[in-house]
Design a protein around this ligand. Sequence first.
Ligand SMILES: Nc1ncnc2c1ncn2[C@@H]1O[C@H](COP(=O)(O)OS(=O)(=O)O)[C@@H](OP(=O)(O)O)[C@H]1O
Ligand SMILES: [Mg+2]
Ligand SMILES: [Mg+2]
Ligand SMILES: [Mg+2]
Length: 353
Amino acid sequence: MSSYAKELQVAQLAVQRAAILTKRVFHEKAKGTVSKDDKSPVTIGDFGAQALIISALKASFPDDEIVAEEEAAQLRQDANLRQTIWDLVKTAQLSDSAAEGLLGGGIKDEETMLTMIDYGNSKGGAKGRIWAIDPIDGTKGFLRGGQYAVCLALMVDGDVKVGVLGCPNLPIDDAAPLSGGMESGQTDEGRGVLFSGVLGQGATSRPLTTGVLATEKSISMRAITDIAAATFCESVEAGHSSHGDQAEIAKLLGITNPSVRMDSQAKYASIARGAGDIYLRLPVSATYQEKIWDHAAGDLIVREAGGAVTDIHGKPLNFSIGRTLADNKGVVAAPAAAHAQVLEVVQEVLAKK
Ligand SMILES: Nc1ncnc2c1ncn2[C@@H]1O[C@H](COP(=O)(O)OS(=O)(=O)O)[C@@H](OP(=O)(O)O)[C@H]1O
Ligand SMILES: [Mg+2]
Ligand SMILES: [Mg+2]
Ligand SMILES: [Mg+2]
C-alpha cells in the first residue's frame, strides 16, 4: 500500500457517509439551526456530520488527535436538539456493508455521540497526527441552498498530508460552468463530487456516491496562458472576503469574466479541477484569524493539482500553530505559473489602503 492509502480510504468513506446525513438535512425546509456564541449559524447537519466523521476516525486511528469546528455543549443542554441529531446519526450509513464496517459501524448511543463530537477539541500544533474537520463548511450557503463542503484533512507534524472535500452540490462534470448554487427546483441528479489529495501523489475527483468508491480520475488546474482570460472564485459573504478589493485586482489583471461567488471550500475544489482559476480571500477584519479546518484540505488539493497557495504576504499557510492560521492573513490561490503575478497585484491593491 502506498503511503497514507489507509488514511485516504477511511477519510473518503467518512466524508461520504457524513454527506449522506448533510444531504438529508439540506433538502428539509427547517434545518434545525441554532446560533453560536460568535453569532454564526450551526445546524443539526453540522453536529451530526462531525459525530459521524470522528467516530469513523476513532475506529481506525484511536490515538490521533482531532481539531473540529463544533462542540457538544449546546446539545447537552437541549434534549430536543440532541434527539433530532441522534435520529439522523443513527440512520446514516453507507450502502456498502464492508465500507460501513471499515468505519466501525454506527455510533452506540446518544451519549457516545456527544463524546465523539467533543473529541474534536484538540488544540492542534506542530507535533504528531492531527485531523482537521469542518463538518459543514459554508453553513450559510448550506442554509441558502448554495454550495457547501464536508472537509477533512490529516496533518502530520504540522504538514497537511491528506485532504478530502465532499461537495454535494457541485456538478459531477469537471467542465461544467461554475455556479454558486443550485438553481431552485434542481435535484441531486448529476451533482456531488468527492475531491482528494495526498501530498506528493496528486489530486483526484470522483462522484460522491452512497456506496463503494466510484472510479476516480486525476484533476489539474487549467494552464492559463493569458491571465486576462482567468476566472475568479470568491466568497459570497462580503464579511468574509473583500469584494471591492477583489474587483480592483481583477481590473488590474485585465480580467473581465465576472467573478463567481460561492460558499465554502468548493472554491478551492473548483479551481483545482480547472472550473475556475484563482481564489482570493482578502482580509476584511484586522483581527479575524482563519480557522485551519476552513483551509487544510483545499490548500493541499489545489497544490497537488498544480496550484500555489499563500497568504497575502506570500507565506505558505501554516497549519502547525494551533486551531487557527495565526501566522497568516488572507489567501491567494492560483496556478503555480501565475501565482507571482497575481500576488504582486494583490499586494499593490492592499498597500494603497
Ligand atoms: N469574519 C470572518 N472572516 C472570514 N471568514 C469567516 C469570518 N467569519 C466566519 N468565517 C469563516 O468563513 C467560513 C465560510 O467561508 P466562505 O468562504 O465559504 O464564506 S462565504 O459563506 O462564501 O462567504 C465559515 O465556515 P463555516 O462556519 O464552516 O461555514 C467560517 O469559518
Ligand atoms: Mg461555522
Ligand atoms: Mg468552515
Ligand atoms: Mg463549518
